[in-house]
Unconditional design. Structure first.
Length: 127
């Protein structure tokens, strides 16, 4: 499947969310857009797997970066529970409650997920 400019839709949505939140000062709108993009990517991956399609799934590192930024946006918009829910999805990518990223198989992906988890953990309120 070709992607405009060689970039996947989730990566483009993440870039747009950063601009929306940081440059335009609209974190709520950025959160809404990024949440939708994550839902579409997840749904597309699920449908492809169910149909036995040969479409490559959304890269794990890309999902991790998007989820980490979603955690930040949820915190910035005052929704601590949504931030914790997004963090739980991110942690699942790291292997705590979901499909593990095996560092022996792909150390770069494992490092990217670990970095995203650390960034998200840093913005979560204690509790």
């Amino acid at each position: 499947m070709g992607h405009r400019g060689g970039r996947r839709p989730l990566a483009r949505a993440l870039d747009a969310a950063v601009v929306q939140a940081d440059s335009h000062g609209e974190p709520a709108q950025a959160r809404k857009a990024l949440t939708g993009a994550l839902r579409r990517a997840t749904d597309q991956d699920r449908r492809a797997a169910e149909d036995g399609a040969t479409v490559a799934p959304t890269p794990v590192a890309e999902l991790a970066r998007a989820l980490a930024y979603l955690v930040e946006l949820c915190v910035r918009t005052g929704d601590e529970q949504a931030a914790r829910d997004a963090f739980a999805r991110l942690a699942a990518l790291a292997g705590t409650g979901g499909p593990a990223v095996d560092p022996a198989v792909d150390p770069a992906v494992a490092a990217a997920v670990d970095d995203a988890v650390a960034e998200a953990r840093a913005v979560l309120p204690p509790g």
